[in-house]
Structure formats: structure tokens, C-alpha cells
Ligand binder design. Structure first.
Ligand code: ADP
Ligand code: MG
Length: 248
């Protein structure tokens, strides 16, 4: 069996600026991959390419054996298979927590209201947010909002979850509750691609760490290989800077 997700020679340019340079990566079922790299190295663009928010300049994205990067692909269908959460809280402010979570299952997957709500309540209950079901997002803490955003992203039962710096807008106290939710989903076996500045968390959760520098994958390996035995000057410099900033 091949990888769940394969990126083949992915290339992305913005004008004449090469932002992703021949990315080749396989993601196996149930794995957690943490993508690290300096600001501007291409982490977000990589994730945005995977869920087809950006048009590729070249290359292919194969999800579960299907090329999702061809023209004419059903975007709704693909996005039902790829859950994503980004740094800024992206809940719909005019919808309650329950409505946020049930929106895609109902509109895109055509689930009945009862079925979608039953699943949403199940998720909210499991993660201690049941009492927020009828609240609007602005009444929740940032940590609660991000946890709801993650639950919304998995409500469609995606094959893969993309988490792009989901804790970077949060206070330290709230970060922990979001990270623990992510760790639970990992234990459930959801395949994840995560970009984060929380290096301690990255070490704990990652099966593999990928280091991006100027849009290229310079190193990939286990957390131990990447953090304890960096090979390239670029990674050594990056880790050194994190250490100086007290973040490693
Ligand atoms: P990271 O998430 O690692 O900080 P990004 O993927 O956001 O990096 O950005 C990678 C590079 O692509 C940066 O140089 C950024 O300025 C550039 N970039 C990102 N989005 C766009 C865009 N829509 N138009 C032009 N340049 C962009
Ligand atoms: Mg980014």
C-alpha cells in the first residue's frame, strides 16, 4: 500500500518568486509530520497547496491514490477529505459552535441535521465543550475557539488534518489545552501535518520532522535526528536561533 498522501515534485511560484522548490514527501496513514522552518520558508504555502487553496505551478498531489491536483477535480469532495485549521480563529462569527461544526457535514456531505448534530455533540462532549454548543464564537476563549475549529475540521471525517500554527495566537495557558486535543487526535490515528513553533510539542508528537528552508526540504527525519543531529548549516542555524530565543 502506498502513502496516504504523496507530494510529487511540488513547485509553487508567486510571480518570479519560487516559494516551494520541488517538494517530494510521502505521508503514511496515521502519521504525524511536523513541518518546521523559519518564517517565510514556505510552511503555510505548502499546507495551502495541499488543500488546494493555491494553484500549483508544477507537480502532483496524490491523496489516497487519487490525483487531486488535476483540473476539474471536485473541490468540495477534496476538502471533505482534508481538514484544515489555521493560525487565525476561523470560525464563522454569526454561527453558534454547533452550527459551525455541522455546516460542512450538512451542506457539503448532505448529512441530515439530526445526524450532523449527533456527531457534533459527541465531539463536543468528548473534548469538554458540550456546554458551548449554543454559544457564539466571540464568547469563547481563544483556546476554546481553536479547539472548536479543530473539531469542525474533523467533523467531516477527513483522511488528513492540516494544522498551521494553530496555537501561535494564543496565550501560554491556552496553548496547552489545544495541544492536548491534538495529541488525543493523534492517538485516534488521524493523519496529521502540523506546523508549529512549539518545539517541545513537536518532539513529543512527531513521527517525522521536515525542515523547510527557502521552500526546499533540506532535512527530514525523526525528532531525535532533526533536533539532536542536524546535518545542514541551515538547520543548525535555525535550531541555534531557537535556542538563543529560549524556545528550544
Ligand atoms: P511560512 O508559513 O513558512 O512563514 P509562507 O508560506 O507564508 O511561509 O511564505 C513563503 C513565502 O511566500 C514568503 O516569502 C511569502 O512572502 C511568500 N508568499 C506567501 N503567500 C504569498 C502570496 N499570496 N503572494 C506572494 N507571495 C506570497
Ligand atoms: Mg506560516
Amino acid at each position: 500500500m502506498g502513502a496516504l498522501l504523496q507530494l510529487k515534485n511540488l513547485r509553487k511560484e508567486f510571480g518570479s518568486h519560487l516559494v516551494l522548490d520541488n517538494i517530494c514527501l510521502d505521508f503514511s496513514q496515521g502519521s504525524a509530520t511536523v513541518v518546521i522552518g523559519a518564517s517565510g520558508s514556505g510552511k503555510s504555502t505548502l499546507m495551502r497547496c495541499v488543500n488546494l487553496l493555491e494553484e500549483l505551478s508544477d507537480g502532483q498531489i496524490i491523496l489516497d491514490g487519487e490525483d487531486i491536483s488535476t483540473y476539474g477535480i471536485d473541490l468540495d469532495l477534496v476538502r471533505g477529505k482534508i481538514g484544515s485549521v489555521f493560525q487565525a480563529f476561523n470560525l464563522f462569527p454569526h454561527l453558534t459552535v454547533l452550527e459551525n461544526i455541522t455546516l460542512a457535514p450538512r451542506l457539503v456531505q448532505k448529512k441530515s441535521k439530526a445526524e450532523a448534530e449527533a456527531r457534533a455533540h459527541e465531539l463536543l462532549k468528548r473534548f469538554g465543550l458540550e456546554d458551548k454548543a449554543d454559544a457564539y464564537p466571540n464568547l469563547l476563549s481563544g483556546g476554546q475557539q481553536q479547539r472548536v475549529a479543530i473539531l469542525r475540521a474533523i467533523a467531516t471525517g477527513p483522511k488528513i488534518l492540516l494544522l498551521d500554527e494553530v496555537t501561535s495566537a494564543l496565550d501560554p495557558v491556552l496553548i496547552a489545552e489545544v495541544l492536548s486535543l491534538i495529541a488525543e487526535l493523534k492517538a485516534d490515528g488521524i493523519t496529521m501535518v502540523i506546523s508549529t513553533h512549539e518545539m517541545g510539542f513537536a518532539k513529543r508528537i512527531a513521527d517525522r520532522v521536515v525542515f523547510l528552508s527557502n521552500g526546499a526540504v533540506l532535512e527530514e527525519g525523526t525528532p531525535r535526528e532533526i533536533f539532536d543531529s542536524p546535518k545542514t548549516t541551515e538547520l543548525k542555524t535555525f535550531l541555534g536561533a531557537l535556542q538563543d530565543a529560549g524556545r528550544l
